[in-house]
Design a protein around this ligand. Structure first.
Ligand code: ADP
Length: 319
């Protein structure tokens, strides 16, 4: 394989730039040409494609977002859209594609694979919701952003003796909430993977208050429901002054952590290795700190499980 392409798709995540850089540099290291496709699958259909050189990816390893921009593209879900994309790839002589994105983007890559076109997926999403990999690119950075925000909220929570409900991202997954809750010593963590334990949350708040506890932090994954609704229910049930913070898109931005940069570099490089040896329809991932590969077809149908021991521990530590 002499010419490959790379695109970022779906929700952006810090570390995507480091992954692009790794794909480009690794390919050039092996004397391949690399093309950057802007705006995800939409840009592929529209032909927003340009050759990348070593210098094109200089000074981006530390930047959040994605230099190649990202987009959502309904047209790519149709056969017609996919055929248009294949024509563009043929026009530029691009023989294989690295798709950096989440679950949806992998479904897109799988569609091209089924049409006989070599594609490799690199998991880039803050949600950590992809099966077959312990971590996705961007998760660690988002987690650290959340921790920083909660530390600040904790200061005001203590000063005013308030209960705080903090809604964090994660789509249908609870990993961001679980890890943030454990890292920040939250009183309760509400995630879609666990049963709704409203009564237990209330019980814990009342017990804490009776003990003279000045504040409480409850972390709610967006997949469970609205933080505002949850806050209202808590205030009604406890009569404690309750405030809600929805952290929102600050969780997506910022300079990637060292962990995310290293992960992105390893995964991006591995994706190029797989294309070179003729693999297709694979996702690269990391499990037990070893790089792994899985069939995308298997991955997209599966759920990324939370670590049940961590959930249990969080409950034990917040008695
Ligand atoms: P993420 O990759 O972060 O999960 P999305 O679910 O929005 O983000 O998917 C990103 C893009 O991937 C979509 O806008 C679409 O272009 C493509 N895609 C998603 N699902 C499919 C599918 N079933 N077939 C083809 N393309 C898809």
């Amino acid at each position: 394989m002499k010419k490959i392409g790379v695109l970022t798709s779906g929700g952006d995540a810090p570390g995507m730039n480091a992954a692009i850089r790794a794909v480009v540099r690794k390919a050039i290291f092996h004397s391949m040409d690399v093309y950057g496709i802007k705006y995800g699958f939409q840009g592929l259909i529209d032909g927003h494609i340009e050759k990348l050189e070593i210098g094109s990816v200089g000074d981006i390893i530390q930047r959040g977002g994605t230099k190649l921009y990202s987009a959502r593209c309904e047209a790519f879900k149709t056969d017609e859209g996919q055929e248009k994309a294949l024509k563009q790839l043929e026009k530029f002589g691009i023989e294989g594609l690295v798709v950096i994105g989440g679950d949806g983007s992998f479904r897109g890559a799988q569609k091209l694979t089924e049409k006989g076109y070599p594609c490799i997926g690199v998991p880039g999403t803050i949600d950590n919701d992809i099966a077959g990999t312990d971590f996705t690119i961007g998760f660690d950075t988002a987690l650290n952003t959340i921790i920083e925000a909660i530390d600040k909220i904790r200061d005001t929570a203590t000063s005013h003796e308030r209960t705080y409900v903090i809604e964090v991202m994660g789509r249908n997954a609870g990993d961001l909430a679980l890890w943030a809750g454990l890292a920040d010593g939250a009183e309760s963590i509400l995630i879609p993977e666990a049963p709704d334990e409203f009564d237990m949350v209330i019980d814990r708040l009342k017990r804490g208050h009776a003990r003279g506890k000045k504040h409480s932090i409850i972390i709610l994954a967006e997949g469970v429901g609205s933080g505002i609704d949850y806050g209202n229910r808590i205030q009604e049930a406890t009569n404690l002054e309750t405030r809600v913070t929805v952290l929102g898109h600050i969780q997506r931005g910022g300079s990637p952590t060292a962990s995310d940069r290293v992960l992105a570099s390893r995964l991006g490089s591995k994706a190029v290795d797989l294309l070179r040896i003729g693999h297709s329809g694979k996702m690269v991932g990391i499990q037990k700190n070893q790089l792994v590969e899985h069939d995308i077809m298997e991955i997209v149908g599966q759920k990324h499980d939370i670590n049940q021991d961590m959930y249990k521990l969080a409950n034990e530590l917040s008695i």
